[in-house]
Design a protein around this ligand. Structure first.
Ligand code: GLP
Length: 260
């Protein structure tokens, strides 16, 4: 796991966007895995600026979502599809029919989960998956105790996650209880994973994910199993890392020929 510690959230956003731009400009038809939550928004803003400056195009890309709430109307402001359109894809030249997410509006949700797995396979897998992390260590919506081998499925949110996400809804009661999320094994199928986190509230889950034991109690610790993971954190989110000085020295001495 490569841990990149930078001073501010804006610096983290630039590092993450830089990796995404490289994928977009070097691959003929990249598949990007997009994440919701506030953590990736800075990187999305950099990407929108790069697109407007004519330096990057999404015209030949596909984008896939990690997860989606169950029970919201399709046109609800806080569905993850609507969120990602607002935060990124409507602002760039990604073709509208190249944004994919789990079909949580299907009558048969279990079949819809399986279809999403098939779709990811048909796309040839995800080239670069962006991730945030929940305060309880979740990635996507894989809450603590999620099977390390899990695939796309229905999950029930913990009260802690519902409370974290209540800021986007008029009340706690309005936050859905159920979601469909890519499983941990689904996420680990992506060829490169990049996790971004900022602020003191993420220091504990980042330390557990990067340096804690591999355990379903911290789903993000499953990233330790993957051969190509980049964790990009600001100083505040890096505060609990035991080897913070080591990660800083590794990054400072990174050879030019070895991109993130
Ligand atoms: C939600 C999303 C996660 C995201 C998490 C953290 O639960 N399903 O993908 O990582 O929020 O959100 P934030 O970045 O706003 O802290």
């Amino acid at each position: 796991m490569e841990v990149v510690i930078v001073p501010t959230p804006d610096d983290a956003a630039r590092v993450v966007a830089g990796v995404m731009v490289r994928v977009l400009v070097t691959m003929p038809s990249p598949v990007l895995g997009l994440a919701t939550g506030s953590s990736p928004v800075g990187a999305y803003n950099v990407l929108i600026d790069e697109h407007r400056a004519g330096r990057v195009s999404f015209a030949h890309a596909s984008a896939v979502l990690l997860d989606e709430y169950v029970g919201l109307p399709a046109d609800h402001h806080e569905t993850y599809r609507t969120f990602i359109r607002r935060a990124l894809t409507d602002e760039v030249d990604l073709p509208a029919d190249r944004l994919f997410g789990p079909d949580v509006w299907a009558d048969d949700l279990i079949a819809a989960c399986l279809r999403y797995e098939h779709l990811l396979a048909e796309l040839g897998g995800v080239d670069l998956q962006l991730l945030g992390i929940g305060t309880d260590g979740h990635i996507g919506f894989n809450e603590p105790s999620s099977s390390l081998g899990s695939r796309t499925r229905i999950k029930t949110l913990t009260e802690a996650t519902r409370q974290d996400n209540a800021r986007f809804f008029p009340s706690l009661d309005a936050v859905p209880r159920h979601v469909v999320t890519q499983g941990l094994a689904t996420i680990l199928d992506a060829r490169h994973l990049i996790l971004v986190a900022a602020g003191h509230g993420k220091a504990a889950p980042i330390a557990r994910a990067v340096e804690g034991p591999l355990t379903s109690m911290c789903p993000a610790s499953a990233l330790q199993l993957h051969p190509h993971v980049t964790v990009v954190v600001d100083d505040a989110a890096a505060a609990d890392l035991q080897l913070g000085d080591y990660y800083r020295s590794v990054f400072a001495a990174k050879p030019d020929w070895q991109p993130l």
